[in-house]
Design a protein around this ligand. Structure first.
Ligand SMILES: Nc1ncnc2c1ncn2[C@@H]1O[C@H](COP(=O)(O)OP(=O)(O)OP(=O)(O)O)[C@@H](O)[C@H]1O
Ligand SMILES: [Mg+2]
Length: 416
């Protein structure tokens, strides 16, 4: 009988993207494996550069994405982990110091020292999202990553603090609650994405992760395995599409399709003989033009965007510490030729980052635009590991709706 089926813990993640709201659902197996079981996507005009500008539109987009994911997964979720991004994010270094109780560092001492580092003056209109440890020092010994069990009298922590505008967070929470959900936690978008696309080696060697979204590029710098700096560049895939629409005199929707299907950031890689059909605006007839013309438009914007990123890296002062180079992810990173152009512009290794480290329906979340939602699952799992792995008794973060589950199974059975 359905009621006797063991319930499995469920995790859900929500990315309020500027072009698309994404909702992901996964189960967690008893051995701690995260299996993606559903994804929903809904185009949204209510978010600009990571910030809600229209509550009604965003609520509706969340509802749609959630329903789509729930139907696919066959579960209903009530709590969701949410990604946060945008120009209102600020981050800075801070320090904390405490006396070690009983001369041996315990997790309670670590909690206290992080609390002390957090006790810096943060304006009332901002909220601390993360206190990310960079290194600890016990008495005069520095460079410690895990001080638990070490002997000493004084514990210091160097941390990186990420803050967000309270008003922006409130508006996101408002939309999520109106869509019938509770916020389980809020996570910096790029911090989540870093968990899905970067290897431990890359983080330790130093890397700059660039989430190229629709409205902006969010950057996260990791040095010695921890976050050292964050920044935002207000250019994204929408600007590329806009350029194509203006440059080739075609509607936005047609421009978006041309960019995805035939676009390239390197005009020199396009064969002169290739041509494409371009829809006209305002009822004008469609025209056939060389595919290279499309690449010329995209190349200019790609070069400018990558140069803005290169400039940000220079200004960060962290260039010498980026041994693993740059990883591009997010929907807009999928433009053909972008990585090749990056190799020229940055002069350090560049690769495209695809989400991984989870199982289940990987086919539907393998693109860069899913890096944040997949990362939210990994982040949520790490935060709630103890509870999730000991769910035998009472922890059910989502509820299995067996009726829906069966229907969806039939639906997929008929597809594959
Ligand atoms: N194959 C592709 N080639 C080029 N661009 C693409 C491709 N696929 C998606 N994009 C672009 O990626 C962008 C959407 O990416 P993503 O879903 O990561 O953004 P978002 O999360 O909605 O926005 P943001 O992170 O800025 O809030 C769109 O501008 C889209 O045009
Ligand atoms: Mg995004």
């Amino acid at each position: 009988m359905s009621s006797q089926k063991p319930k499995v813990p469920v995790l859900a993640g929500l990315d309020l993207g500027s072009t698309t709201v994404k909702f992901i659902i996964s189960t967690v197996s008893p051995d701690g494996k995260i299996e993606v079981s559903g994804i929903g996507r809904s185009p949204n005009t209510g978010v600009k550069q990571g910030v809600v500008v229209n509550i009604e539109a965003t609520t509706e987009a969340i509802r749609k994405a959630k329903e789509e994911a729930e139907l696919m997964a066959g579960v209903q979720v009530h709590d969701v982990w949410v990604g946060v991004a945008g120009p209102h994010i600020k981050s800075f270094d801070s320090k904390g110091m405490v006396a070690i109780k009983n001369n041996e560092v315990t997790s309670a001492d670590i909690e206290r020292v992080l609390e002390a580092a957090k006790a810096v003056a943060v304006p009332g209109d901002r909220r601390v999202l993360h206190v990310l440890p960079r290194e600890y020092r016990v008495d005069s010994q520095d460079g410690i990553t895990d001080p638990i069990g070490m002997s000493g009298v004084r514990l210091e922590a160097n941390v990186h603090i990420v803050t967000a505008a309270q008003a922006a967070l409130n508006n996101s929470v408002k939309c999520i609650e109106k869509a019938g959900l509770k916020v389980a936690g809020m996570v910096l978008d790029t911090l989540a994405a870093s968990q899905a696309v970067l290897s431990e080696d890359e983080k330790n060697l130093g890397v700059c992760l660039v989430d190229m979204g629709g409205g902006c590029c969010n950057l996260l710098y990791l040095v010695n395995g921890s976050v050292a700096y964050t920044s935002v560049i207000p250019v994204g895939g929408t600007h590329f599409t806009h350029d194509v629409a203006v440059g080739l005199r075609t509607p936005q929707v047609a421009a978006e399709e041309l960019k995805r299907k035939h676009g390239s950031a390197l005009a020199s890689m396009i064969n002169e003989s290739e041509s494409i059909d371009v829809e006209g605006v305002g009822g004008r007839k469609s025209r056939t033009i060389p595919r290279k013309d499309l690449a010329d438009v995209l190349e200019a914007r790609a070069e400018e965007t990558l140069n803005l990123i290169a400039n940000d890296i220079r200004l960060s002062g962290l260039m010498p510490m980026l041994g693993s180079g740059i990883v591009l992810t997010g929907g807009a990173s999928q433009l053909d030729g972008l990585v090749e152009m990056g190799e020229f512009v940055f002069d350090i290794p560049v690769r495209r980052g695809h989400p991984g480290k989870v199982g289940g329906l990987m086919d539907v979340v393998k693109g860069g635009e899913s890096a944040v939602v997949v990362g939210l699952l990994l982040h949520a799992f790490n935060e709630r590991k103890d509870k999730l792995l000991n769910y035998g008794n009472e922890i059910h973060i989502g509820e299995s709706l067996d009726g829906i589950a069966r229907k969806v199974k039939d639906f997929f059975g008929s597809m594959f």
